[in-house]
Design a protein around this ligand. Structure first.
Ligand code: SF4
Ligand code: SF4
Length: 76
């Protein structure tokens, strides 16, 4: 199995698993999660961070958040 097929399968598996969820009371709107996302799936909105369709559920943004505001939730 080549690498591109493995990547597609990984993304499918991740999509079926966890998703990042932000605790709005802890978020400082610093943008670290946005800069950390390898899929450019997180965007810093004027008053909020959005996680879009490109999110694979990898959890990098959660680990990058200095406020501990992002938890990974779901079945994965
Ligand atoms: S979980 Fe991964 S892919 Fe999804 S927004 Fe965070 S860093 Fe990006
Ligand atoms: S890294 Fe954490 S504190 Fe910074 S914008 Fe993202 S969720 Fe908010």
């Amino acid at each position: 199995m080549n690498l591109s097929v493995l990547r597609v399968l990984r993304r499918r598996d991740e999509r079926m698993g966890k998703r990042p969820v932000i605790d709005r009371t802890r978020c400082m709107h610093c943008g670290a999660c946005v800069g950390s996302c390898p899929e450019n799936a997180a965007t810093l909105e004027e008053v909020w961070v959005e996680f879009g369709e490109g999110c694979t559920g990898c959890g990098i943004c959660s680990r990058a958040c200095p406020a501990g505001a992002i938890s990974m939730e779901g079945s994965g």
